[in-house]
Design a protein around this ligand. Structure first.
Ligand SMILES: [Mn+2]
Length: 428
């Protein structure tokens, strides 16, 4: 792996916390993600299932984890199944983990080859009343392909139809939303790689550069700093492209006088970074660009103070909309009359700021955790107000990652955000 070895205490603690939340006499069975086909004989780069990684640290396809915390045989309370090395795979794809390496990474002492899974799982299932499976439960996205966990759950359910079945996803959400100190360090590393790469871009961006060329520099900045990959497809949006919220074509040429919106994140050891900044392509904001930028920055700096225990994503967004309303009035984008005529409160603000202020960040860039989840110490969320004025070809987003605290912690506080900082570095 490109990342440094992770302290296996993280995975041990995570399993212990899960066990404490499982029903008596139950077993949880988790399967790794599929290797996804791309075309011909090619596949996409493998990406481990977040929950399986969270509970084991095993970063390899064809992995099964079974947790049966009350099994009478202590050796069967935590069982890992991995794919077996053979002579062909050693030559063509490199070594897979050995059993010993898997024990060292996960802290699980009982490791079998996958070929033995059905037999061992039978033993675990027959000594349990309830079986947990980990189906995809993201509220915003329904996968168009059936996941390995869904297929396996259906298969085992057909073999053992008289058991109780239970959902693992709600428990995993509850566990994962609260970050441990080891996780905070990994997230901080993802933030550092992301922030340092952005700082490099400040000295590199100029007119006539392709958005794709900047995307290339982001990839280079991430990988050369030991990121595994991007945590999401980077947005490199010049001029009016910045008003397309999920623009990812990155195929235009940066024009002198336009702004450039960058929304990018490195993934380090599976943990996501998420940063947005908006900069002037020719290194100087025009008076109008500066006016809108500083209105957004004012909202950003205010919103950052809201990440305290007891808040929620919905509460933060409500307060941020209020602050945004003040700023939009100030720069004349909306008028008092627009507010009075709103059918739904803040509709006139949403015309220019149409997305949310915050989402959780963790193993997924849009991590588990709901909009009404009560914020607590150690949770990590994005803070990302934006102002999009399509008719002027100006789109601005300023984003960082915040750690919830009595004094909220900006995890990328060292990344320039003021007009003066950005211009002075770009003009050097
Ligand atoms: Mn974000």
């Amino acid at each position: 792996m490109k990342y440094s070895k992770i302290d296996k205490q993280l995975f041990k603690d995570n399993r212990q916390r899960l066990a404490a939340n499982m029903e008596p006499q139950s077993v949880a069975i988790l399967f790794s993600n599929d290797v996804m086909p791309r075309g011909g004989d090619q596949t996409y780069a493998f990406h481990q299932h977040a929950d399986l990684f969270y509970l084991s640290g095993i970063d390899q396809a064809d992995t099964i984890l079974a947790l049966c915390p009350q099994h009478e045989n202590p050796a069967l309370r935590e069982v890992l199944f991995i794919t077996e090395n053979n002579e062909h795979s050693k030559i063509w794809t490199g070594n897979k983990y050995s059993k010993e390496e898997s024990r060292e990474i996960s802290g699980i002492s009982t490791v079998y080859w996958c070929s033995e899974a059905e037999k061992i799982l039978r033993e675990l299932i027959l000594s349990s009343k309830t079986i947990y499976f980990d189906l995809p439960e993201n509220k915003a996205y329904v996968p168009q392909v059936t996941t390995n966990n869904e297929r396996q759950a259906a298969y085992y359910r057909s073999l053992y139809p008289l058991h109780n079945y239970a959902r693992l996803a709600p428990i995993m959400e509850q566990l994962r939303v609260q970050k441990s100190s080891i996780e905070l360090q990994l997230l901080q590393q993802a933030c550092k790689i992301t922030g340092d790469t952005f700082k490099d871009l400040l000295t590199q961006v100029h007119a006539d550069m392709g958005e794709y060329e900047i995307e290339g520099r982001i990839t280079n900045g991430f990988l050369s700093r030991r990121a595994t990959c991007h945590s999401f497809h980077p947005i490199v949006a010049s001029g009016k492209n910045a008003c397309i919220l999920h623009y990812e074509d990155n195929h235009d040429i940066c024009q002198d006088g336009d702004l450039l919106l960058l929304d990018m994140g490195a993934e380090y050891a599976h943990y996501a970074g998420d940063l947005s900044r908006t900069i002037p392509i020719n290194s100087k904001f025009s008076p109008r660009q500066k006016q809108i930028y500083e209105a957004c920055l004012e909202v950003f700096n205010y919103a950052k103070t809201l990440y305290v225990p007891g808040m929620s994503i919905n509460k933060i967004h409500r307060l941020t909309l209020q602050k945004m309303q003040e700023q939009l009035l100030k720069i004349d984008l909306i008028k008092q009359q627009d507010i009075e005529q709103e059918v739904v409160k803040y509709d006139s603000v949403r015309k220019y700021f149409m997305h949310g202020t915050a989402h959780f960040v963790g193993l997924d860039v849009h991590d588990v955790g709901g909009k009404d989840t009560v914020l607590d110490y150690g949770m990590v969320l994005s803070c990302e107000p934006g102002i999009y004025v399509a008719e002027e070809g100006i789109g601005i987003r300023i984003e960082t990652m915040m750690q919830v605290n009595d004094h909220p912690i900006d995890m990328m506080a060292d990344v320039p955000s003021t007009v003066q900082e950005i211009e002075s570095i770009m003009q050097k």
